[in-house]
Design a protein around this ligand. Structure first.
Ligand code: GUN
Ligand code: FE
Length: 455
């Protein structure tokens, strides 16, 4: 799959090994050839076995109907798990007012780990149901609740980046880290919890999560930058993932400038604290000068484009210049920013990305061309995987990758309102109908690392 074209493989044998990896992708074969191919695989495997290994070679074979097809799972690069229970509220407010009036009071309730368990179970199940196989989650500011979020992702089988939200100022006393030292201690504890849960990072990784510069003292930003620098190792040469909100809205940018007058812009600010690395996920980036684009490109940061929340919460019309990012090779994925905005669906994010890019095209006098369906699908899958540092593992259905996939079923007999499939439709047409009009009802099954997580 390139960002401009989607490769559709028909009549294809796809074999997933016990470890969840895709072992075989063999296109253009007849159904009658499948037993012989599986038999041949069994033989090769037994030749490679040591004499004393015993292996269960039973394979379950599924044949797909004409209306069924697999696509890579969706990667949601920006998601606030504690906002699951407040979605849809406060639309139209400017960002800092929305945080004060709606968001912080809701997130404060996660001081109670029992509340966290209740909401996070629903949240993770809700995203899996909609085909989000990987999510980059902001937790609340509470370490205990964020531990719960990691536990839930692992138990339900969702691939996730999870971070305790860091915020030690400009938030109510009832919802603020006491100071930088406490915030950093809680971060280390939560990081240790996530590492202990999944030492090989099969599903889970910790992501450093300064909410944004407005709610972080310089000492806190510095401390997080230091943790990021210390986390570089042979195994993780680029260190821990980092996520924050960046150039989201005029109100936010003005306030940031007045808190940090010594910096030219947000690139200089976050770079100064060591928070812009190739593992950094910058949510929104609605505004960017050419100079900022150049510096972000050189730093290797990725962008989480959240077109739904950009046009509903924040203030103003904020359509990020995605074409400009792509033209410069800046990695871009899509985020639901669930909480901000009205939708937790990556399909909606894809459609809204089309709308936002068309608006940008008009606004730029035709210079920034609108996105295409293959491009927004790429953003929702492989583009997002790259932003999360997971492009070697997921994002496409290729041999060697892990099987994170959605089984779409466009059968018009099933519940749902997707554009009906006609006898003469090609698979490309069915795919387009799904992307533009399908919903979670058209997603029949969801797999992460080969494990069925929705059926
Ligand atoms: N900026 C700081 N916090 C948030 C948040 O929770 N949502 C959005 N959209 N922007 C933010
Ligand atoms: Fe956000």
């Amino acid at each position: 799959m390139s960002s401009r074209e989607i490769e559709i493989l028909e009549n294809t044998l796809l074999v997933v090994a016990d470890n969840g990896q895709i072992e075989v992708v063999k296109p253009r074969i007849g159904r009658g050839e499948v037993p012989a191919l599986l038999q041949a695989r069994r033989k090769t495997r037994s030749q490679h076995d040591d004499d004393d290994t015993e292996r269960d070679d039973s394979v379950v074979v599924h044949y797909l109907e004409r209306t069924q097809f697999f696509i890579p799972g969706f990667v949601d690069t920006h998601n606030h798990a504690p906002q699951w229970a407040m979605r849809g509220l406060g639309q139209g407010l400017h960002i800092l007012d929305w945080l004060d009036r709606v968001t912080f009071p809701h997130e404060a309730r996660f001081a109670d780990p029992a509340h966290a368990r209740r909401v996070y179970a629903r949240c993770v199940a809700g995203f899996l149901q909609q085909g989000v196989t990987t999510a980059a989650y902001y937790g609340s500011r509470h370490a205990a609740a964020t531990d719960v979020l990691a536990d839930v992702c692992l138990a339900r089988g969702q691939r996730a980046l999870v971070g305790k939200c860091n915020m030690d100022r400009n938030a109510p006393d009832t919802y603020r880290d006491a100071d930088a030292a406490e915030s950093l201690r809680d971060t280390e504890a939560c990081l240790a919890h996530v590492r202990a849960l999944d030492p090989e990072r099969r599903l889970l990784q910790y992501v450093l999560t300064p909410r944004f510069a407005i709610t972080c003292t310089p000492a806190l930003l510095r401390g997080l930058g230091d943790i990021a620098a210390r986390s570089k190792s042979e195994e993780q040469p680029e260190g821990l993932a980092i996520q924050t909100h960046f150039n989201e809205a005029e109100q936010e940018m003005t306030s940031t400038c007045s808190l940090f007058p010594e910096f030219r812009d947000e690139v200089e600010l976050y770079a100064h604290f060591g928070l812009l690395t190739p593992r950094t996920i910058l949510a929104h980036c609605c505004y960017a000068t050419d100079d900022e684009l150049d510096r972000l490109g050189a730093l290797g940061c990725g962008v989480a484009h959240c077109p739904v929340s950009n046009m509903t919460v924040g203030g103003g019309f904020m359509a990020a210049p995605v074409r400009a990012f792509l033209d410069r090779g800046i990695p871009v994925g899509l985020g639901t920013d669930s909480g901000g905005g009205f939708s937790s669906s990556m399909l909606d994010a894809m459609r809204q990305a089309l709308v936002a890019s068309n608006a940008r095209e008009v606004q730029s006098g035709g210079e920034l061309k609108g996105l295409t369906i293959p491009e927004v699908f790429h953003l929702a899958t492989l583009g997002g995987a790259r932003v999360c540092g997971l492009q070697g593992k997921v994002g496409t259905l290729e041999v060697g990758k892990e099987f994170d996939a959605l089984l779409v079923n466009a059968d018009p007999q099933r519940p749902g309102v997707m554009t009906m499939v006609e006898d003469e439709d090609s698979l490309a047409t069915i795919f387009e109908k799904f992307v533009m009009t399908g919903d979670d009802r058209s997603i029949e099954r969801v797999y992460v690392r080969g494990r069925l997580v929705k059926s």
